[in-house]
Write a protein that binds this ligand. Structure first.
Ligand code: SAM
Length: 283
């Protein structure tokens, strides 16, 4: 029996499986796109690879062929026997049935020095919470390659002064180098989604370019700042710093939150942190 199956013939109904909307199932069938994704990932036998939502195995198969070792986390229990059958002769193929949002990814690492390479054609409803999860556990991640709605990739990569710039992009860029790779049209999926998708590579920094004294404070500052994106930072940040305190950082308080750089947000967060420390010491 051959190790491989032909993903050119991938068809969600070929195993009697009907794509489920509630699991965000849009199965990739475009061999050109699948090859391009796998070439971008460039899997190696020594990698500790995990795929989230393998579905019918469109990316799983070439990943396994290249690395021989792969962990997958799949929520739809009807897909598990299909995956088991397809890849039964790969001894280092491990299937975890369950919700990736509740999965303890640390269990996939044999030792502390190892890091995960995470890939997935992610369903829309879990993509942002999963990305935030991996950002807060960035030390265990070597890199991430995700297929997302293009609009989410635009937000991840957005710089100041654009309407896509906000909390997701700032926090992703705080922890990672964000590289949008290419766009994938609806026709590459079965069933086709309503919008364009895109592949993004996120590579956590070994050393953060702009480390904040406390990342929780940074998260709070960014959340407050963008809670009303049309208001000025004098307004949105008033619970945390006075206008004078913001001006003392060399920032114009009449700016809208989308005009500030990541570095500006880190300096605001550090000022908030110092203020909180002073207040705690005074009590
Ligand atoms: N990787 C396959 C492909 O590219 O054809 C399938 C991609 S499909 C967009 C998303 C996959 O994620 C589906 O197989 C779906 O069942 C699975 N999924 C949905 N929610 C999940 C969750 N919370 N945890 C793990 N897998 C999930």
């Amino acid at each position: 029996m051959s190790n491989s199956f032909d993903s050119r013939s991938l068809n969600p109904n070929q195993h009697g499986h009907k794509a489920r909307k509630r699991f965000g199932q849009n199965f990739l069938h475009d061999h050109y796109v699948i090859d391009k994704i796998v070439r971008s990932i460039n899997p190696k036998p020594e990698d500790c690879l995990v795929e989230i939502g393998p579905g019918m195995g469109a990316i799983t198969e070439p990943l396994l062929e290249a690395s021989g070792r792969l962990n997958v986390v799949e929520l739809d229990r009807d897909l598990i026997p299909i995956l088991r059958t397809k890849f039964f002769n790969y001894p280092d193929f491990n299937i975890y049935e369950g919700d990736a949002l509740k999965f303890d990814f640390r269990q996939l690492l044999d030792n502390n020095e190892q890091q995960l390479r995470i890939v997935g054609n992610l369903p829309y409803n879990i993509s942002t919470p999963l990305i935030f999860h991996f950002l807060s556990h960035h030390a265990m991640v070597k890199d991430m390659h995700f297929m997302l709605q293009k609009e989410v990739v635009d937000r991840l990569a957005a710089g100041p002064g654009t309407s896509d710039y906000g909390r997701l992009g700032i926090m992703a860029q705080y922890y990672c180098k964000v590289e949008p790779l290419f766009i994938v049209g609806p026709g590459s999926f079965n069933p086709p989604p309503k919008v364009d998708s895109a592949i993004v590579r996120l590579v956590p920094y070994d050393e953060l370019p702009y480390p904040a004294k406390d990342t929780k404070v940074l998260q709070r500052v960014v959340r407050e700042a963008f809670s009303m994106r049309r208001k000025t930072i004098r307004n949105t940040l008033k619970k945390l710093l006075s206008a004078d305190e913001i001006e003392a950082l060399g920032l114009d308080t009449s700016l809208r939150p989308e005009r500030l750089t990541l570095q500006d947000y880190v300096s605001i967060a550090d000022a908030v942190y110092d203020k909180q420390q002073h207040e705690a010491n005074d009590q």
